[in-house]
Design a protein around this ligand. Structure first.
Ligand code: ADP
Length: 360
């Protein structure tokens, strides 16, 4: 990576930024409780030394089916990202604002959009298609898009590098506030646990992950809830928080240690779900080289890693308790069939790398 790149991640009320020069971080920060993105970005830009800035890389959550790679921002890209707002109502509007403000403030500098969905565009139709009425699904753009692509791309590539096997087959487990699993064959996503939205799949801090969709009909018809209420229930009041009362895994673990049964249940459901995906994705890949944990929980919670992979020795999957507790990079025993790793995710660095690749 060569050149100076500014990475921007604009949320609905925050702006995260990081300035890289040849892969080294020169400055980073976050503006929170932002109501005026233009003012916030002006303040941020004023503090940074942007001499020789080659490009600005923007995190954009939803690129739909149109974008399978980082792309230079132009009017067409902006209009496609705007058209995708109904599919990512919380994220794409803020991402767009960031792009538009940066374009206005830095008109001479190329802007690049790096999409969370892009990495998953390699999923074969058999993995990306929901078994719905085909025409209805087509008309409304309903299929599995997948998210966290930047993280899964970075972490799977890093795993290949660490193992000295760039073509490795890897299951990546991104366990942060949001959580998703991805099966990666030789650097390409073949399936992932998030779908049409970032709601399904693994148990998350406040999101339910997989449920029977008929639960929604039941809550509306029998429970008398409105659709917005169910939406809020599944996205904000479910997952670890719904089961245990707290969304942060650190709090769940301290309650488990204190003998709290609901926290124990939350932990068990969380880890059992991960194990189910590991089994399913092992089958999808056929041959598996590594399982890699990343993000807040994946990087910092040895008990989650141990419980999620417990009892899988017959599949060649084993966690060494000493290495796991010590937080080593490789936590499987020597000679294990399948390596188990902990690799810190570097989403901003990956966005910067992809941004440079897109402009050079
Ligand atoms: P995001 O998905 O917002 O990027 P992170 O990847 O930073 O979030 O993950 C945040 C989550 O990681 C926290 O909510 C918490 O549950 C978990 N976490 C962070 N540190 C620890 C820790 N030491 N032990 C267990 N869980 C942790």
């Amino acid at each position: 990576m060569t050149g100076r790149v500014l990475v921007l991640n604009c949320g609905s009320s925050s702006v995260k930024y990081r300035l890289f020069d040849d892969g080294e971080t020169l400055a980073k920060g976050i503006a929170e409780r932002v109501t005026d993105h233009e003012a916030a970005l002006r303040d941020i830009l004023a503090q940074l030394d942007l001499t020789g800035l080659v490009a600005v890389g923007h995190r954009v959550v939803h690129g739909g089916t149109r974008f399978s790679a980082p792309s230079l921002v132009d009017d067409e890209l902006i209009s496609v990202v705007r058209d995708l707002i109904p599919l990512a109502p919380l994220h794409n509007p803020a991402n767009l604002t960031g792009i538009e403000v940066a374009r206005k403030l830095l008109p001479e500098v190329p802007q690049v959009a790096v999409f969370d969905t892009a990495f998953h565009r390699t999923m074969p139709p058999a993995a990306a298609t929901y078994a719905l009425d085909y025409e209805v699904a087509e008309r409304f753009g309903i299929h599995r898009y997948g998210f966290h692509g930047t993280s899964h791309a970075y972490v799977s590539r890093r795993t290949g590098e660490l193992l000295g096997k760039p073509e490795a087959n890897v299951i990546t487990l991104h366990l942060g506030n949001g959580a998703s699993a991805c099966a990666v064959r030789a650097g390409r996503s073949v399936t992932t646990s998030m779908g049409f939205t970032p709601l399904p799949g693994l148990v998350m801090g406040t999101r339910s992950g997989d449920i029977d969709p008929a639960v929604v009909f039941h809550l509306v018809r029998v429970g008398g809830m409105g659709l917005d209420e169910v939406d809020e229930l599944l996205n904000q009041r479910s997952g670890l928080k719904g089961l245990s009362g707290v969304n942060d895994m650190r709090d769940v673990l301290s309650r488990v240690a204190a003998g709290d049964e609901r926290a124990q249940l939350a932990f068990d459901v969380y880890c059992t779900r991960i194990k189910s995906y590991v089994g399913a994705y092992y089958a999808q890949l056929g041959a598996l080289d590594a399982i890699t944990f990343t993000a807040g929980v994946g990087e910092n919670a040895p008990v989650v890693r141990a419980a999620s992979l417990a009892g899988l020795e017959r599949l060649g999957i084993e966690v060494d308790p000493v290495r796991n507790a010590a937080g080593e990079t490789v936590i499987s025993p020597d000679g294990a069939d399948i390596a188990v790793l902990v690799v810190p995710t570097e989403e901003e660095l990956e966005i910067a790398t992809q941004t440079l690749a897109a402009v050079s």
